[in-house]
Ligand binder design. Structure first.
Ligand SMILES: Nc1ncnc2c1ncn2[C@@H]1O[C@H](COP(=O)(O)OP(=O)(O)OP(=O)(O)O)[C@@H](O)[C@H]1O
Length: 780
């Protein structure tokens, strides 16, 4: 076979340039190994001398080296590209070097380009996942987050700055596999060390976008685009607000921003960044990205249903119930419930216990009897009611009011005892009498038992369980929810599992109730201990530094920076929950109103504004769709027009020439067969993953349809598809998805925008497909 001369010349340039980068990569790895040995030696040495106290005691530099070691391991194991970019720059306006060893100037020097259009390259920078300096402190690799690396992302042919050539390097392990160049100043005849600058390939972005997808998201560090870079590097002050349509990289940008903030101010953000994600599926999909950027374990990525420790949302509420539970109307109901639940019904109404509620055996006592100073004293139901009412005044959390209630009870008993007026002229004696009265009462078992039953310590779970009782909920929700809503909400609370909406209610209740007193430490008490109260004096075992750090991380409820992904989906109650975790934080909020599955976006926006307070906002918009080929984006845009008239869809960056396919279930045919056949067809057509999106009520059914087709294909309910992507998708019955909730059209828009290569829409009779199989909702 003969190879055309031009192609073979291009190949040899490519091979030569790959060789050049290989030499550099070898140097980098040698240096990395040296640094790791150094670090190991330092740590060994320090350990021998017993000087290693905590990881925090390592200097920042050593910590960097340590991370480099982790990185090297991973790179060797997982074959990711450590070094991925390079820029060749003209001489800059001044020769100052910044802290990372690179020249700080952005603009070319006045004489950087000669009169004849030739220009020597003044500086070459390699960009990688972390920075590496050679033994003379010259940069071998610049961290992608360093200011000097910004031109790699920002430079465009329109505004090239000093960048002449931008190169993306593809490597696996220690081997350079390829390079792709973009020329930013094609008009110049640039040369490097006297040799004309070579140009290879036709851009890295397209190569990245065309790759097959797996079940985990990849970082985009080698191909971040200028508009995305602006968001990633925006200063962390106040609120950074990012909107953009499907596939514009909002999730990717949010994750890279977390890594960037850690790099900028590690001391401030270490362990203190929270990313709130809509579903556990999206958490699983994205959680590998930060480690691949060198940030292992520094950022908490939590699904909105897992924000409360000990609670995990696994159930879904039907749309009508979700709408009630998510709305800020619930706040009034919960306020009443948090106080009302102090009154326990005497016997649980048949079958109405749920969520681990402990039945109160006796119900709330309606009479208090004690014997003090040899006298029998009693408080009757109406007196107890009055005392409870007085104790509950104000907005103090209920559990913290118990001491006040106890004092009011003692006051009332004392008043009854007749002892109050006994020493009118001697306040000291009167006080003494009172305190011995109090001591007498409070040492009586009957009083303590009464207090426990009459003012029980409430837990969020307990109150939520009490709300499962329709009668009680009806009382607490009077004039807020209608009887139908009360019935449905109460019924939903009687199941075992929690929904995402329940979790937000639990969190709200947590703050309305206040932290219950610490559970008493269980330990065997020696009788002497009990007599003398020695327990207080026993020295506590010292908590080790390590244990303390772990405990603080686990107990952390407030963060320095909160990133909310898919923010359009947070309900008002969820915004309150998330807001409590970032009361003093700076925020990055990313979302797309057109993809909102919440029925009242205005109400949610109000709650968002309340959570974010009056902090100033910096707004960004992402405008390019990197996920969907134009053929799929165009079809999805039809639903967007119905869902949000007037909203623009983002421009798709590429086209594949493959149009969406329309399949119809024949009359009397089986939906399962049609879907399975399409899934099989797509599995054969793409290398990566296939997602089959169905209406929520068909989730389990659909998993059975696909049984045996292997791991590359998954079935998901429309709400679960949020944020995810697949090489190919099957969207099953658009009408069914659209009709499932008031936000159905927007949910359908989400479903239609998940594919990177191919899309099949399967219609049933309800979709009213035309002769070409195009369902009613997707016609022009
Ligand atoms: N600059 C880029 N280079 C390479 N790939 C990119 C780039 N930007 C985005 N992508 C890819 O495009 C896809 C969509 O990105 P992402 O999921 O972050 O979008 P999104 O805006 O969150 O979408 P949605 O709103 O639909 O959830 C991902 O596969 C992502 O890796």
């Amino acid at each position: 076979m003969t190879v055309p001369a031009a192609a073979s010349a291009a190949d040899s340039v490519r091979d030569r340039e790959i060789g050049v980068e290989q030499v550099h990569l070898d140097r980098v790895y040698r240096r990395l190994e040296e640094k790791i040995h150094e670090a190991e030696f330092l740590m060994d040495d320090a350990a021998k001398r017993g000087q290693v106290g905590t990881p925090g005691a390592l200097a920042e530099r050593d910590a960097q080296v340590f991370r480099a070691g982790i990185h090297l391991n991973r790179l060797n194991n997982e074959f990711e590209d450590f070094l991925f970019g390079r820029i060749d720059l003209l001489y800059g306006k001044d020769g100052e070097r910044g802290p990372d060893g690179a020249y700080t100037s952005v603009e070319p020097a006045d004489d950087a380009v000669r009169a004849d259009g030739t220009a020597p390259i003044g500086e070459t920078l390699h960009i990688g996942r972390i920075g590496v300096l050679d033994a003379d402190y010259a940069p071998l690799v610049i961290d992608w987050r360093a200011p000097a690396a910004a031109p790699f992302y920002r430079s465009t042919p329109v505004e090239p700055g000093r960048v002449v050539r931008r190169r993306v390097i593809r490597s696996r392990g220690r081997k350079v596999l390829g390079v792709e160049d973009d020329l930013m100043r094609p008009e110049l005849s640039a040369s490097l060390d006297g040799v004309p600058l070579a140009v290879v390939g036709d851009g890295a972005l397209m190569a990245a976008l065309g790759q097959a997808r797996s079940h985990t998201m990849r970082d985009i560090v080698a191909s971040i685009q200028a508009e995305q870079d602006l968001v990633i590097r925006a200063p962390a002050a106040s609120v950074t607000y990012v909107e953009g349509g499907p596939g514009t990289g909002k999730t990717a940008v949010a994750l890279h921003r977390a890594a960037y903030l850690l790099y900028k101010d590690r001391r401030r953000y270490s362990g203190g960044i929270l990313i709130v994600s809509p579903t556990p599926l999206l958490v699983a999909y994205t959680e590998g990205v930060l480690p691949s950027l060198g940030e292992e374990g520094q950022v908490a990525i939590r699904a909105v249903g897992s924000l409360v420790d000990g609670a995990e949302a696994t159930a879904y509420d039907e749309p009508a119930v979700a709408r009630v539970k998510g709305s800020s109307r619930m706040l009034n109901v919960l306020r009443k419930a948090a106080r009302g639940a102090l009154e326990q019904p005497s016997a649980p109404a048949g079958g109405q216990l749920a969520l681990g509620e402990e039945p109160a055996a006796q119900g709330t006592p309606d009479r208090l009897r004690v014997v003090v100073f040899g006298r029998r004293l009693e408080l009757e139901a109406d007196e107890l009611q009055r005392i409870r009412h007085n104790a509950l005044g104000g907005t103090t959390p209920v559990n913290l009011l118990r001491p006040r209630a106890r004092r009011l009870l003692l006051d009332a008993l004392y008043a009854k005892s007749g002892a109050a007026g006994r020493h009118p002229g001697d306040p000291e004696l009167a006080a003494e009498l009172r305190s011995s009265f109090d001591e007498d009462v409070t040492s009586e078992d009957s009083f303590l038992a009464f207090l426990d039953a009459w003012w029980p310590e409430l837990t969020p779970r307990g109150v939520l369980a009490a709300m499962a009782d329709e009668r009680r909920l009806g009382r607490w929700a009077r004039r807020v929810l209608n009887p139908g809503e009360v019935r449905r909400v109460a019924r939903s609370l009687r199941r075992d599992a929690l929904s995402v909406h329940d979790v937000a209610l639990l969190d709200e209740l947590g703050s309305l109730l206040g932290a219950p007193a610490r559970p008493r430490r269980k330990r065997e008490l020696d009788p002497l201990d009990q007599l003398s109260g020695l327990e207080e004096l026993m020295p506590q075992r010292e908590e080790s530094q390590r244990e303390r750090a772990d405990r603080l991380a686990a107990e952390r409820t407030e963060y320095a920076h909160v990133i909310v992904d898919e923010a359009q989906d947070l309900t008002p109650m969820q915004w309150r929950m998330v807001g409590r975790r970032g009361r003093h934080a700076t925020w990055t909020v990313v979302g797309d109103p057109a993809q909102s599955s919440w029925s009242s976006p205005d109400e949610a926006a109000e709650a968002r504004d309340e959570a974010l307070g009056t902090r100033p906002r910096r707004r960004f918009e992402l405008t390019v769709n990197y996920r969907n080929p134009a053929e799929i984006a165009e079809l999805a845009a039809k639903v967007l027009t119905l869902a949000m008239p007037g909203m623009r869809s983002p421009a798709a960056v590429r086209s594949t020439g493959v149009r969406p396919r329309f399949a119809v279930v024949p009359d009397g045919g089986d939906l399962a067969d049609a879907v399975r056949a399409e899934a099989e067809r797509l599995l054969a057509g793409v290398d990566g993953t296939v997602g089959v999106v169905v209406a929520m009520h068909r989730r389990e059914q659909a998993a059975r349809w696909l049984a045996g087709l292997g791991e590359r294909v998954v079935a998901l309910g429309s709400l679960e598809a949020k944020g995810l992507e697949y090489d190919a998708t099957v969207v099953v019955s658009p009408a069914e998805i659209a009709d499932e909730s008031p936000a159905g059209l927007r949910v359908l828009y989400v479903a239609l925008t998940r594919a990177t290569q191919q899309l099949t829409v399967v219609s049933a009779r309800r979709d009213q497909p035309d002769a070409d199989g195009v369902p009613d909702l997707l016609r022009d």
